[in-house]
Design a binder for this molecule. Structure first.
Ligand SMILES: Nc1nc2c(ncn2[C@@H]2O[C@H](COP(=O)(O)OP(=O)(O)OP(=O)(O)O)[C@@H](O)[C@H]2O)c(=O)[nH]1
Ligand SMILES: [Mg+2]
Length: 143
């Protein structure tokens, strides 16, 4: 069973393992995040950043992990406000894993961020979401 605990403050050194959700807008990051954290996440104000993020601590098998849901972006090197927020987050905070949520029916248009994460050497995995759409569109994925 997963239990989640809401917190208003964030530590800047991660004593807890921290997992961060990144990806293009509308790929299902927040849906995934809410599912993982039991939809009890709290909004936290991160010092040095202009927007609030969802964050939640999840306890499982006696271990606590912190999850953070970041805004959707198209390009880790981009110049929009949200892209700047994600860049600042990755530069200013410690994290242990980035989960890049991808709409699996649009991999050709969404592969940029996973490749950028790889190039930066950031520990990350790609979550192929929208499996129902993949099925509906008859897309075949060579994982
Ligand atoms: N068909 C389908 N829809 C999904 C799936 N996962 C999420 N959605 C829907 O996709 C829409 C966007 O989901 P969000 O979780 O808000 O996406 P997001 O990546 O957090 O979006 P931003 O915060 O704007 O970047 C919502 O309507 C979800 O219900 C999925 O696996 N299949
Ligand atoms: Mg979201």
């Amino acid at each position: 069973m997963i239990t989640a605990e809401t917190g208003k403050t964030i530590q800047t050194k991660n004593e807890l393992p921290r997992i961060v959700f990144i990806g293009q807008p509308n790929t299902g990051k927040s849906t995934f995040f809410n599912r993982v954290t039991n939809a009890t996440a709290g909004v936290a104000n991160w010092p040095g950043l202009t927007v609030d993020f969802m964050q939640a601590k999840v306890e499982r098998d006696g271990k606590t992990v912190e999850f953070v849901d970041l805004p959707g972006i198209y390009d880790l090197d981009g110049f929009t406000e949200d892209e700047k927020v994600v860049q600042d987050f990755l530069q200013q905070y410690n994290f242990d894993l980035v989960v890049c949520v991808v709409n699996a029916s649009q991999i050709d248009r969404q592969i940029l961020i996973p490749l950028q994460l790889k190039k930066l050497g950031i520990p990350s995995l790609v979550a192929l979401n929208m499996a129902d759409e993949v099925k509906r569109f008859g897309v075949k994925i060579n994982t």
